[in-house]
Structure formats: structure tokens, C-alpha cells
Design a protein around this ligand. Sequence first.
Ligand SMILES: [Zn+2]
Length: 263
Amino acid sequence: MRLVLHGHPRPQRFDQKTFLQGLRAVLPAQVETGERPPLLETPTDEPVRHAARIGATRVLDPFRPPHHRVVCSNTEHALERDILSGVRAPTGRPPPEGELYDAAQLSAVARDLLPVEERRLDIIHLVLTDRLIGTYQRSDGRYHARVILAGTPHLLSTAGLVEAPARSRGYYAALAQGPAGPGRGALESALMDEQLVHGDPRIPHMMVGYALMAYFWQVHGEAFCSDPHCRLYNAHWQRELIQAQSGGLCDHHATMLHHHDAP
Ligand SMILES: [Zn+2]
């Protein structure tokens, strides 16, 4: 089994060394790990078409079911070219403030960038991104931000760690006070212990748990655990995320991880 890490596009915002060290420390020794440049941001022979393909995966209305677009607007195209060339970073925030990408469609773009001979079940491809990704849920008719979309490759969103699990109710109530309230920045510093912020130095450590989910999904066919103290716990709240990623795996998953029959 090999694990290939397609790196984070903005290394100044994400300590990839810490992430990889953390991941290597928990994965079984027989898993070979390798590092490559960011996948979506690596220059292609067709930069105009590539930016258009990514731009077309943007969600225009989070309350409408996904549809495949083949083109994107000139504004979206210009924005993607700027993000891809590093002139600017994605906001990492959901609409209407920022942009959200359809996780499955963005994953399909990433998959096409992998060499055909490497789209195999014995290679785990992790693609780190700072774009906010989401999936549409039919039960409530809207998109929800995600940290991970498992597959070939697995997409892992650092923006998703901050935006997908909900913050405390107190945070939203204080924010709703508008100008009379303490403001987003002050609130975020006051609530450091219970929620992450963009560029948070804890993110690389927390992301190791999600990389483990990708590993378990691909090797054992299950990604999540119901134990809130296991790193595979699918946290819906920020405080649950911090709690789950502050410990290790539960006994059941720790035993599974070191089961040597794994392919
Ligand atoms: Zn577990």
C-alpha cells in the first residue's frame, strides 16, 4: 500500500511537515508515503481550459441541486486563474461571502490529473486544498461544507475544517448582534479553545485524523467511528472536532490499523 500526498497549495498557511510527520507516526510502518506538488495547482498544458474546468465546479446557489456546467463566467475564470497562479487565495468561506465548490465535481477534475496507471486501489491519493468543498443533501435541500470527500483521490479541505463543523450556538448568537456585538475577530479569539480559525496552527494536527479516515475508507471500507473520542469521529461541531482530534484512535480502530492482513 502506498500513500501519495499531493501537497497544500499555500505552504505558508499550512505546516505540511507537521502534518506528514503526524501521519507517518500513526500509519502502519509498511505504508510507503510520498510527497508531490499540489495537484490542482500544478501548471498544465492547457491553463485556460483547466481554470475553466475548476471554475465550472463552483456552486452558484447552495440551495439548488448540483448540475454540471461546462462553462464558467469570465469573472469566475479570472478568479480561478488568479487562485491557480497564486496571486490570491480562495476565501475558504461559504457563500454569500465566499465561494464553495461541488466536492464530487472538483474531485473528478483532480482525478483526471492523476496518471491513469496510478488510479488504483492500492495507492491512496490525498489531495490537500484550501478551497471550501461541499456536497448537496437532498434531505434538507442545500449544500453542506465538508472536510473530506473520500475517493480517488481523497479531497481534504483545510477550509472545511474551519467552516464545516458548526461553531457554538453562542458564537452565532453574538455574531447576529451585528455592529453592536463583539465582532468576528474578537469572538474568534475569545473562543479559541472551542473552535478553529483560518490559518490556525492546530489545523495540520487535526487534518491527520481526516487523512486516517481516508486510509480506513480505502483499506477497510469504513471511514467513520461513533466514538466521540476516536480520531475517526465525524464531528458536526467544532468542539467535537477538537475533542476527537486531541486523543488517538479507539481500541477497535487501533487494532484494525495494525491488522497486518491489510492489503
Ligand atoms: Zn474508532
